[in-house]
Design a protein around this ligand. Sequence first.
Ligand code: SAJ
Length: 417
Amino acid sequence: MAELFTGSVAVVGLGYIGLPTAVMLATRGIDVTGVDIDPRIVHAVAQGEAPFAEPDLAAALRGAVASKMLHTSATVPHADAYIIAVPTPFNADHTADLSYVRTAAEQVAEQLRGGEIVVLESTSPPGTTEQVSRWIADRRPDLHLPHDEGLADVHVAHCPERVLPGRIMVEMVTNDRVVGGITPTSAERAAAIYRVFCQGEICLTDASSAEMAKLVENAYRDVNIAFANELSYISDELGLDVWEVIRLANRHPRVDILNPGPGVGGHCIAADPWFIVGASPDSAKLIRTAREINDSKPNYVAQQAIEKCARFREPTIACLGLTFKANVDDIRESPALQVVELIAKALPDVEILLADPFVTEVPDTLQGYERVRMERCRDAIAAADIVIELVDHDQFRSLSRSLLAGKVVYDTRGLWR
Ligand code: SAJ
């Protein structure tokens, strides 16, 4: 029988991954402490309030807090297992910024007594988990860590998160997990934690393979989206409808092209492939080019929109969608937001009406632009000469086409074709 974890867990970082993971464990009877450096997050979670929107998270969180299985803390307590789920942004030169991981590892190190398992969930370049083990060892020369030969006192493993925002609570249960240990024992000890809630297969491997597999998953998707975006450039140049071209090509049994759009956003797909480029700059040519293609798209879309404005003396533009993808409230690294900002900067006199069912206020990056404001979707369209469709939210998909009659429509997601 595979081992099942029954001890206490401290989850360091209560973001999009840490909080749902903490809730998953707590609702299955594990004693969990959620730790975050942001006092607003600690306070909200302690009250059972989710700091961000994610289907089914709020109810599960309330249950976990009410049952007293989920506690919060601003500092790392002692626990039998630690899950580190902090951000790993990239630096200007595209290398990974591991400062949050390091701080978390050092805080964990202070609490260790021997016998614990430390799991890194944050997406990281190959070698990071071993580095975590070294950082802990530096702080705790009294303990034996698994990167060194011999019997380890504390185990260290990597279990990359791979859930899709918008489906986190479902995918956390149903997706297979990759667990890479610095030693096989570390992997087995970490796997025991995920067996508590994961119904998918748990694949054991070494830490660096697990790190790389995660990066490869997101690079794979990025390259495929870049292929679609490149097709949109080529189709525009040749006067073809890219959506029609893709629809037809996808009728082949072994072809499945993704959707072009205004660019690739979020904190994962737009970032993780750079870690591969950083680790292997000479060989990662396709991965680098894909990143460049996807990163070039917001500027292209903005220029196309600006050209469409030229035929009006005082145009009003409606921009539909601000989030980084459909049906989420997350505007981090949103290409839609970039497009709006580029247009606002280039055309300061043009009225820009923003509509997004998941965003209530003009985002910070657009605050300085006087002629940019939020509107209800129908009012924005009614007042607009030009309608730019930027995010494929369900609400936009189901809009009556008659609302668009007489408008210049720029549908970057192929929603209304
Ligand atoms: N996008 C397109 N065209 C498409 C698909 C997506 O332009 O055909 C755009 C989206 O609009 C968005 C971006 O790409 O701006 C990324 O969206 P996504 O839904 O593809 O992925 P994320 O970033 O929400 O989540 C990804 C997932 N990775 C994979 O599917 C391989 C998820 O499973 C990971 O857990 C997550 O990254 C992560 O945290 O790493």
